[in-house]
Write a new protein. Structure first.
Length: 107
């Protein structure tokens, strides 16, 4: 299935718009990731543990988006947008990634 942030796909004609689809992933971090990120805040640099969790959440959200579009019989998802949110605090941090787009059928 084609998943794209663009509103159209070169060389393909969209015959039907099947509706908005979404996929969400909520990933928890842990006290060790939070402690390492706190150190990175002070000394600078990238936080590999948070980057790994972010990538896992993004992959899971896009997989759920694709599954929801496939259930509608879609050939592709256009105009995909990824949104990120962090909730919690005091070592109870949760990362939320939401993927939204329009499921379409080609002619």
């Amino acid at each position: 299935m084609i998943i794209t942030t663009t509103e159209s796909i070169d060389g393909r004609r969209i015959a039907a718009y099947l509706g908005i689809v979404s996929g969400d992933a909520v990933m928890g971090t842990n006290i060790f990731s939070d402690m390492l990120a706190s150190v990175r805040d002070i000394v600078g640099g990238r936080s590999g543990s948070y980057e790994k969790i972010l990538q896992e959440a993004k992959t899971a959200a896009l997989a759920a988006l694709e599954a929801n579009a496939a259930a509608l019989g879609a050939d592709a998802i256009v105009a995909v947008d990824l949104d990120y949110e962090v909730v919690g605090g005091d070592h109870k941090t949760m990362l939320i990634v939401s993927a939204n787009g329009t499921a379409v059928k080609f002619s």
